[in-house]
Design a protein around this ligand. Structure first.
Ligand code: COA
Length: 273
């Protein structure tokens, strides 16, 4: 397992670009307003001074406001949005997923790529998650309507990131992977549609996400939890370089039963090998 799992980072137009364009336009509008305010008040000062040798009251305030608006507008319009800016600390990782999602970046391996979950993916996302086989026997089954999904998506905090796992060969979605900040480390979860299991897609998706988290933040470890009986999931974590650190007994409520959860982690230095 090494960082060459990420063989490319793709950028495409999306919400982030739209936000940037809106901000640029707002900045230009502010700058124009400030400039006009400055000119009008400047003209008033000059005109009044030539006629009566005095400065009309209020024009100084007008000019100052004009200068402030002009400066603010120019700063807003010229500020560049950065994707994958170097991140440090917990607050910074909190901004990472939204940067990723808004910037519409795709993390690519050899078999699959991770595409930030977009609002238009929610139909497929809902369909998958309403199938009990998608989560399998060890995951809680929580059916949801498209409307529920949209509300959930709109309220998504900046401390979690959701991705579709897409096959590189044909671009078809085969599953989902996510992370959320849990205390000081991100915790990941994943699901692959039943017909596409056993082809190595999840293992590569986990490696890509782990690499991405270590490369874009200064976190020291990534965690995951799975039922110890979930052989496929345990195998995925082992193949991706995770180590078991203990069992939380009766931790997850699934289909009327409290099940154990095995906690796994991978350290930054382990992912660099
Ligand atoms: C867990 C899951 C995501 C794995 O996805 P996947 O794409 O099939 O995973 P991969 O193909 O990368 O690897 C699966 C590995 O598990 C092995 N495996 C699968 N079923 C197994 C079983 N019953 N016993 C032992 N090994 C098993 C596969 O042989 C493969 O290992 P190998 O490459 O050494 O042969 C998928 O099974 C799934 O979506 N399950 C339901 C949701 C779930 O449990 N998610 C995890 C929650 S923590």
């Amino acid at each position: 397992m090494n960082r060459s799992e990420i063989v490319g980072v793709h950028h495409c137009d999306g919400d982030g670009v739209m936000e940037e364009e809106t901000r640029r336009r707002l900045g230009i509008a502010l700058a124009i307003l400030g400039f006009v305010l400055m000119c009008i008040n400047g003209a008033l000062v000059v005109g009044h001074y030539l006629v009566s040798w005095s400065i009309p009251s209020g024009t100084a305030v007008g000019i100052t406001v004009g200068i402030v608006l002009l400066t603010l507008g120019m700063m807003t319009a010229s500020r560049k949005r950065t994707e994958f800016e170097p991140i440090s600390g917990k607050e910074k990782i909190a901004s990472s997923p939204r940067v990723t999602a808004a910037g519409c970046s795709m993390l690519q391996g050899n078999l699959v790529r991770l595409k930030p979950l977009a609002r238009e993916d929610l139909v497929l996302f809902t369909e998958w998650n309403n199938d009990p086989d998608f989560g399998g026997e060890y995951e809680p089954f929580e059916p949801l309507s498209l409307r529920d999904a949209e509300e959930w998506y709109d309220k998504l905090g900046s401390s979690e990131g959701w991705f579709l796992i897409e096959k590189i060969a044909d671009g078809v979605g085969v599953g989902q992977i996510m992370f959320c900040m849990d205390d000081s480390a991100p915790r990941i979860g994943y699901r692959i549609v039943p017909t596409e299991r056993g082809k190595g897609y999840c293992t590569e998706a986990v490696k890509i996400l782990v690499d991405h988290l270590f490369l874009s933040t200064n976190i020291g470890r990534v965690e995951s939890g799975t039922n110890p009986e979930n052989k496929a999931s345990v195998r995925v974590l082992e193949k991706a370089g995770f180590t078991i650190e203990g069992i939380k007994r009766k931790q997850v409520f699934v289909r009327g039963r409290w099940l154990d959860e095995a906690l796994y982690h991978i350290l930054r230095e382990e992912s660099e090998h």
